[in-house]
Design a protein around this ligand. Sequence first.
Ligand code: NAP
Length: 457
Amino acid sequence: MSRLGSPDNPLLVAVVGSGPSGFYATEALIKSGVKTRINMFERLPVPYGLVRSGVAPDHPKLKQAIKVYAKIAEAKEYNYLGNVTVGTAISVEELRTTHHAVIFTCGAETDRRLGIPGEDLPGSYTATEFVGWYNGHPDYRNRKFDLSHETAVIIGQGNVAADVSRILAKTVDELKHTDIAGHALEALATSKIKNIHVIGRRGPAQAKFTSKELKEFGGLADCDPVIDKNELALNPESEVELADKTNAGNKKIYELFSGFADREATTDRKCIFTFLKSPKEVSGNGRVESVLLEKNTLSGEPFRQSARGGGDTFSIDAGIVFRSIGYHGIAMPGVPFDEARGVFANVKGRVVKDGEVDPGLYAAGWIKRGPTGIIGTNRADSVETVKSLLEDLDKLDTGEDKPGAAGCYEILDRRNIRHVNFSDWKKIDACEVERGQAAGKPREKYTSVPEMLALLD
Ligand code: NAP
């Protein structure tokens, strides 16, 4: 047989997940010059992962990445199999039998846990649930968030916490022309929340927001960013951090915080940023009524400072809590999992089993490196993984005639699994855009899988 990756013997790759990393891996394979066929598997009928169901509805520019992915999807080498869950509808072993290589780009699908009493009390939610709900993700469409209280507590100071706080802080007028799910807009219209506490366990010099996201709090229609000036005091190590030229991002964040601290309040709705506090307990009689916080101090060298509780505690009365402390990957049967880091154990994207590289299995994106970075970070990450894969060409299993997509369709049809192709997605897409028009929205998403499939019948 001719060499793998030649026109007569194309490299067959299964990509698991249709978010940014999946599309960037596809792009890198197509551009590599190696003849290839890519089958991309997605659990939902609709593609684009967190760009569709993670990026906040009021950030349409970030969603422009979808245009790039739609262009990649036009390539003759690309094939989409939506509504197919790898691990249940088709196994990893079956992907290996039908393809020469599998690249996992399935992200980090769950949240880290705080590990404190009361974390799961009704009224205490993960950011993932709330973000999925307002973005119309089918898994979260039926969640109910009790927004009848005046005070909300958000744990964490990363960009997801910024998204959650901002969506709570915005008025309906600020959201109604976005692609926010209709059910979320309706519920947020009745929200009584007016105090949003955004809690950081470390100091103002270590917050993980990006400045563009933080700056938006200064321009909200009916909510003031509030900071107590005393909270902005820095220890010498934090001063060193902010003086470091490589740390311009955090310096900018600190300047924004200082600007917020100087502002006069213009409304009684507030987003209150507070630092050096860790949650110790969420409590209440059958549902969230308060959050106990412990004051922290920082210890360690500049850039390696960690927070340590000093025993001094106080409570905030709050009716709702959102835990936004980072995501965590989920294990998949047949793939070695690093539980502590929540990633598939890998070296430069090559999956490692019992300390040995297992040629044929690769990972890219959050399931490779953990939940860090912005959308664009995933391009270089996927390029590195594809480079590793292409270096392994001679080591891949070519022992049998690999059937690629045809073999997968045969397996799925045998199991009566309804799979969706990219033209099907385009139909759903067009219907969503049309539905949105009447309300002046870019789209009104379908939020249930049966509803999406019914459109195609
Ligand atoms: P993140 O940036 O890692 O922030 C997590 C926050 O939770 C940090 O403030 C962290 O504090 C805190 N935290 C962690 N464990 C904690 C604990 N046990 N108790 C209290 N606080 C704790 O994670 P993320 O916000 O989920 O964002 C994930 C990635 O997506 C990031 O790279 C983010 O930039 C990106 N993202 C980007 C956008 C955008 O570009 N608009 C939007 C959303 C998300 P420490 O610093 O002390 O660990």
